[in-house]
Write a protein that binds this ligand. Structure first.
Ligand SMILES: Cc1ncc(COP(=O)(O)O)c(C=O)c1O
Length: 431
């Protein structure tokens, strides 16, 4: 329950705050005052285990001391000199070169996910061969709310689709297969269609995709999907632009989710976990693309907050900890634990249509019953608010709950969180 001090604060806000908050804020109605590691504290002193890591951002947990120290030191030194070099930037560039696949050796810095997706689209458009004026994307993909990103977005939050000049291909959403087929008998027909409609089309310049579709509910492609599409795009001269705003930085058990599927993207976008929740984004790409004069005229990668020294300090500290403490190995270990616990949860409750994930990124799809598979946003919302009341925070979107714990959480606490989640589902389905 939301305590009295929080309720008072929310009433004050409501007088002036524009509506349109996320479902989480709208239904959670909490005023969070502090975050330490995996734990949040609200204004009334209640504590929550945060298995949503902020907004799937704080891979090292809230207020990680090394990131706080780097930001504090930078805040005392220097805030903004446009995109001029600062002492940390060369270190961050070299760190990225170590963490990313060798062919992604050139980088530009931005502040948000949508902004870096826009930057990737500008590179695609500037370098496309004449006649390649369309861009491919996937149904159920999410790439942000700016106009260019929305051109690619089928799964659109609160807005009409704005598909413009994009071509949408089938996502590997086996639980709700649009072709009404079953894997593996389907022979991954969705991938064959993406190949035909996007990869083999001479008027398509790039396929922009999430290797694992995050916002739509952690849709993990079956074996064969990316292999076929990746190869066909390469053969057809269609650039691969992996939007790893959510999955990048180790969340799925490799630094890029693309690596798990053997994909070699030409461009990659990173944001959420890159600076542990501080606004910061990276466009990574092949030198041959990002250094092309058409893509990089003066000012092409600059903007007011791009390459901001505070973001660079936070990203450098975050990625150094991930590298030094071999946290991506931890993601895989903790991911196995999550898989075991969530598979058991799935078996226990009929309202859980499917549980899917990879590493420390999981989606729970709620349905009214297993036979009809009718999406059940009311149940998801009830579980979300019940979990908060029990001291657990997860991420809510429609009929999906997502879990993205910090890489630094220990097994016992993660296990406790999953027990609280089971408890919340139990209380919702047993009146
Ligand atoms: C894959 C992906 N791309 C882009 C975005 C947009 O990022 P931002 O909200 O920082 O603009 C998101 C946000 O959730 C995302 O998940």
């Amino acid at each position: 329950m939301t305590g009295i001090r929080q309720r008072r604060q929310l009433l004050r806000e409501a007088r002036h705050l524009a509506p349109g908050a996320s479902e989480e804020a709208e239904h959670g109605r909490r005023v969070f005052a502090e975050g330490r590691g995996p734990v949040l504290t609200d204004l009334d002193g209640n504590q929550y285990l945060d298995l949503a890591s902020g907004t799937l951002t704080q891979s090292l947990g809230h207020g990680h001391p090394e990131v706080v120290a780097a930001l504090t030191a930078q805040a005392h030194r220097l805030w903004n000199v446009h995109d001029s070099a600062t002492p940390d930037r060369a270190d961050l560039l070299e760190l990225l070169a170590r963490l990313l696949p060798d062919h992604l050796d050139t980088y530009a810095f931005f502040s948000t996910g949508a902004e870096v997706v826009e930057a990737a689209l500008r590179v695609v458009q500037a370098t496309a061969e004449p006649g390649r004026n369309r861009i491919g994307a996937l149904r159920h993909g999410f790439h942000g709310k700016t106009m260019g990103a929305r051109m690619l977005v089928h799964w659109d939050i609160g807005h009409q689709s704005f598909s413009g000049n994009s071509v949408l291909g089938y996502a590997p959403y086996c639980y709700r297969c649009p072709l009404e087929l079953q894997y593996p008998a389907c022979d991954v027909r969705c991938a064959s269609l993406v190949r035909r409609h996007i990869a083999a089309k001479p008027n398509v310049s790039a396929l922009v995709f999430e290797p694992v579709l995050g916002a739509a509910g952690v849709i993990v492609p079956p074996p064969g999907y990316w292999e076929r599409i990746g190869e066909a795009c390469r053969d057809g001269g269609v650039l691969l632009v992996a939007d790893e705003v959510l999955t990048g930085g180790g969340r799925t058990g490799t630094f890029l989710a693309a690596e798990r599927f053997g994909l070699e993207p030409d461009l990659v976008t990173l944001a959420k976990g890159t600076a542990n929740g501080f606004p910061f984004a990276v466009l990574a790409g092949r030198a041959g693309l990002l250094r092309r004069p058409e893509a990089a005229p003066p000012g092409a990668y600059a903007s007011t907050f791009a390459s901001n020294p505070l973001g660079i300090a936070a990203a450098r500290a975050t990625l150094e900890v991930i590298e030094r403490d071999r946290l991506i190995d931890r993601v895989r270990v903790l991911g196995d634990l999550m898989e075991t616990r969530l598979t058991a949860l799935h078996r226990r409750f009929d309202v859980l249509g499917q549980v899917r994930g990879l590493g420390l990124l999981w989606g729970l799809e709620f349905v009214t019953d297993p036979a009809s598979r009718t999406p059940a946003p009311d149940i998801a919302r009830a579980v979300y608010t019940k979990a908060l009341d029990l001291g657990l925070r997860v991420a809510l979107g429609g009929h999906i709950l997502r879990l993205a714990p910090p890489f630094t959480i220990d097994e016992a606490l993660l296990d406790e969180g999953l027990t609280l989640l089971a408890d919340a589902v139990e209380r919702v389905v047993t009146p």
